[in-house]
Design a protein around this ligand. Structure first.
Ligand SMILES: [Zn+2]
Length: 242
């Protein structure tokens, strides 16, 4: 699991994904099932039990699929995310929660690949935006919820764009090269510990960082590159549905 962990932004985020694929994410119908059948909360705290239905859609059971893909603005968000991925030349898509295990399995590629890391993370931050906004969904109107998802997605995409130099450092650290027909890692585990820690470099970008930005993010229209090719400017919001 080394490479999959390194490719993700933080561990809280990985925790959400692992729970999601094991039906253990505390959300809607699944949370209710756990509260009633495992914790027997209906006997002691019936007022605390999660509603079976979506807070904003009457008669709609709050499944993961509904919350992450179907509720409110989500279909438009996924359309936008897929357009961004198209423009970035990143081919992998997530169309449903049911497809998540296979998506993650494919993402776990032992030979590090910058495009694959960014592709995976763009989809993960989309899921994370929904999960984080969902924490207060019960107390929000549909409009407030929609704005909260968009605000978070914009923030997480901005962070992901800033991660390019960090991903490149990780790719170098964990990368492989083919020598005389055999695959060798750039560094063994002991050497990796001696390497400097990957850092965010947003104003001192190197030429290979800029080349990666030109390949992946520039075609999306979400960034511009400074004339001196040492930094980028990010403008995410206009690309998202409003
Ligand atoms: Zn809904």
């Amino acid at each position: 699991m080394q490479s999959i962990h390194d490719s993700f932004v933080d561990s809280k985020y990985m925790d959400m994904i692992i729970k999601l694929i094991h039906d253990a994410l505390y959300m809607g119908q699944m949370a209710r099932h756990y509260q009633i059948n495992i914790k027997h909360m209906d006997k002691y705290w019936p007022h605390l039990i999660t509603a079976e239905h979506c807070y904003h859609c009457q008669h709609q059971v709050s499944t993961y699929q509904h919350e992450f893909f179907e509720c409110g603005i989500m279909p438009q968000i996924w359309t936008t995310i897929n357009h961004i991925l198209d423009d970035a030349g990143l081919p992998h898509r997530l169309a449903s929660i049911a497809a998540l295990p296979e998506f993650l399995y494919d993402a776990h590629n032992p030979s590090f690949n910058l495009s694959r890391i960014v592709n995976t993370n763009v989809i993960m931050v989309t899921l994370k935006s929904v999960w984080d906004a969902y924490q207060n969904k019960r107390d929000m109107t549909a409009d407030q919820y929609r704005a909260d998802i968009l605000r978070r997605l914009s923030m997480y995409l901005t962070n992901e764009i800033k991660m390019i130099p960090c991903h490149r450092d990780n790719a170098y650290k964990h990368g492989c090269l083919i020598l005389n027909g055999t695959r060798r890692r750039n560094f063994d585990e002991r050497q990796k510990m001696l390497l400097s820690k990957p850092r965010l470099r947003i104003h001192t970008l190197t030429e290979p960082d800029i080349l990666a930005y030109e390949e992946i993010w520039l075609p999306t229209g979400m960034i511009s590159i400074a004339d001196d090719r040492r930094s980028i400017a990010i403008g995410v919001t206009p690309r998202l549905p409003t």
